[in-house]
Write a protein that binds this ligand. Structure first.
Ligand code: IVH
Length: 668
């Protein structure tokens, strides 16, 4: 084939593939079988291989391209990506309508849309070509995720007109893809995603676009950010234009001329929400006329011309079959409801923590009861209440045992706590949970050592404490269930790699009471090696800002124990690093700056710098930025339109600067 005919053929194949793609992914109406699509795609790939100069950036072959990124670049949005005010009930919706009517008189209408539960993105087209896609970020600056967005097949790489514009929409993971992904993750003993939204966000935040490509994401576009060249005068005609350009928009939208119609639409979707192929978390109601939108304007955060109705958390009824007890790492015994499996807010729920005996009494929960279940924050399953009217008399009262269900030693209730605890340090459940904690992500992060493998190793007597992990041998691991050569190699590599972790990961992993990941970091930064920390007195510990009495006592008590000293010795002998490797924080007193050690409050509009940047700069110079003015405040920076904080600072005779003065000092 000569280059001329190759060029012609390429154009032809582009059109064909774009058409197939559009029919399949946007219209959901494929016109050819998959095999035909693959055949045409392979033909194009072959020509592009022969004539690489014909490989255009919008070629259908270029959806998954490029290399793994180092990090995402920042993108400043040309028009800010605002969020929406919320409405939780009919009254809130009528309030919103009243305000619109005050500005509009009687002549206005709304567009109601599904509020897709995914990730807001902005797509920029130049001369009709998809050039850049970004996350919302803080609304002003987001991250460049173009390579990942290109893998979403319903995003056109070129639109039907050569326009330069930005469009906005919601990228999401359909329920079915989410379930398949989590199933695969569970088979690999990886932590599943909590919900489709997290899965979509996690996929788009991958530096390797091949991962995003494997995740079957989709998108609905819901706005043209800057209608400029398009000649659009209403939101609804904007959506129609998006359709014409070749974008995927959501077809369930409806124009409503009264708030009663809006409410009817909302109520309809409360019922029909579970039937959708994707998750929604509410309904967005938007004023249709763009002229009226402009007149209504926006507040600092959200437009006055739109509101998001948020669905109440979904509640379902199921039977509580049993109450199981589990012993945690710190010995706390927690009752868990075992439920007849039921779908709630996108996933199947079969367990819900009941926290403690008091809560079971309070809610009067009996084994065999029908209960109402919801997901708090749409993530954590919770038993809301019991349906007493459905009792048959067969239900059984539940009592917490007096002995640890794992080791049989007596349980105690520590002063001021509702929880029952097993205080036997040799309790196998506590040891096992401690091991699981040690290898978890924020601790030593040993990939491939999931709960199941740890439990097996523990049961077989191959590990008894965390130092044993570093003594595991190939042959021992090969004997475990479902551990082939490859997994064993990977696991041994992960164990080896964990030896080089910085001290804070080890400290957190040890599971010292009251020492969370953040405190572990502070301790590691301050003491630098585990030896200095082990020698630290309570006074030395509490001298650190973030370390209180309780934590200091716990740290001292931990390192006083013979077993702890022995364990640290064994870890060191195994080659585990016990030093802090991160950057050393500069002490506020050591910084030569006006702000060092001062407490600063920002108020009003900080126009040139923006509030976040101003805060960051002051903190870099050793200042502490807090939210409210008090006697402890040293300095108030008052921008445009400062209000009550300024008045309070004046009353307390606190030093006050304007933004000019701040800039001057920062540039000094
Ligand atoms: S309009 C200025 N329409 O909800 C208004 N948002 O807080 C811009 N969302 O982060 C948003 N579906 O990502 C709009 N049909 C829809 C939406 C939608 C989901 C998300 C959006 C934003 C959040 C609003």
């Amino acid at each position: 084939m000569d280059i001329k005919s190759a060029e012609q053929k390429v154009a032809e194949l582009h059109n064909l593939l774009n058409q197939y793609n559009y029919e399949y992914h946007v219209l959901d109406k494929p016109s050819v079988p998959d095999a035909e699509y693959d055949r045409v795609m392979n033909e194009l790939i072959a020509i592009e291989n022969e004539y690489p100069e014909l490989r255009a950036p919008d070629s259908p072959t270029q959806r998954v391209g490029g290399n793994t990124l180092e990090a995402f670049e920042k993108v400043a949005h040309r028009t800010p990506m605002l969020s929406l005010g919320n409405a939780f009930n009919e009254e809130d919706l009528r309030d919103f309508d009243r305000k619109v009517r005050q500005a509009a008189g009687d002549d206005y209408s709304y567009v109601c849309e599904l509020k897709i539960d995914g990730l807001a993105v902005s797509l920029r087209y130049e001369d009709g070509l998809f050039m850049q896609g970004a996350t919302r970020g803080d609304g002003t600056v987001g991250e460049d995720i173009t390579a990942n967005l290109k893998t979403i097949k319903s995003i056109p790489l070129r639109i039907s007109e050569p326009l330069t514009m930005e469009v906005r929409g919601e990228a999401f993971m359909p329920k079915r893809s989410f379930e398949a992904l989590n199933k695969a993750k569970e088979e690999r003993e990886e932590e599943p995603f909590a919900n489709p939204r997290n899965a979509a966000a996690g996929s788009l935040r991958q530096l390797d676009p091949r991962i995003a490509a494997s995740r079957n994401l989709d998108i609905f576009l819901y706005a043209i950010a800057d209608v400029g060249e398009t000649g659009v005068v209403s939101h609804s005609s904007g959506l129609d234009r998006l359709d014409e350009f070749g974008f995927k928009t959501n077809k369930e939208r409806r124009k409503c001329s009264t708030i009663d119609e809006v409410i009817e639409y909302v109520e309809g979707w409360v019922e029909r929400r579970p039937d959708l192929q994707y998750d929604i978390d509410g309904i967005v109601i938007k004023v249709d006329s763009l002229e009226l939108q402009e007149r209504l304007g926006t507040t600092a955060k959200s437009p006055r011309w739109a509101v998001a109705y948020k669905f109440p958390a979904e509640e379902v009824v199921t039977r509580l079959k049993d109450i199981e007890l589990s012993v945690g790492r710190t010995g706390v015994v927690t009752p868990t409801a075992i439920l007849e499996p039921v779908r709630v807010a996108g996933t199947t729920v079969q367990r819900a923590s009941l926290h403690n005996e008091d809560l079971i009494r309070e809610k009067d929960i009996k084994i065999g009861d029908y209960v109402v279940v919801k997901k708090a924050g749409d993530i954590i399953p919770e038993v809301v209440n019991v349906l007493e009217e459905r009792r048959t008399g067969e239900e059984q009262d539940f009592r917490m045992p007096e002995e640890c269900p794992e080791c049989g030693s007596g349980l105690v209730r520590l002063e001021g706590e509702v929880a029952l605890r097993c205080i036997n340090p040799k309790c196998p459940a506590q040891i096992r949970e401690g091991l699981i904690h040690f290898v978890s992500r924020n601790a030593m992060n040993i990939d491939g050592l999931g709960e199941k493998v740890i439990s097996q190793l523990f049961q077989e007597g191959l590990i008894e404490d965390v130092a044993d992990i570093y003594r595991l041998e190939r042959e021992q691991l090969l004997q475990l269930e479902r551990m082939g050569e490859k997994s064993v190699d990977n696991l041994l590599n992960a164990i080896e790699a964990s030896k080089t972790n910085s001290l804070e990961k080890l400290l957190f992993g040890l599971g010292i009471r009251h020492v969370g990941a953040k405190a572990a970091k502070t301790l590691a930064q301050e003491f630098e090696t585990i030896d200095t920390l082990m020698d630290a007195s309570k006074d030395e510990l509490t001298a650190i800002n973030e370390i209180g009495d309780k934590m200091a006592d716990a740290v001292v008590a931990y390192f006083e124990k013979e077993e702890a000293i022995e364990l640290i010795g064994e870890l060191k002998a195994a080659g585990v690093n016990t030093e802090y490797k991160g950057p050393k924080p500069v002490k506020a007193e050591e910084i030569d700056s006006y702000f060092a050690g001062k407490t600063v409050v920002l108020t009003g509009k900080i126009e040139q710098l923006g509030r976040n940047e101003a805060k960051q700069k002051i903190e870099e110079l050793g200042g502490k930025v807090t939210g409210s003015v008090s006697k402890k405040t040293d300095l108030l920076i008052a921008g445009e339109d400062a209000g009550s904080k300024l008045a309070k600072a004046q009353e307390l005779e606190i030093e006050i600067w304007d933004e000019e003065k701040l800039l001057e000092e920062l540039n000094r």
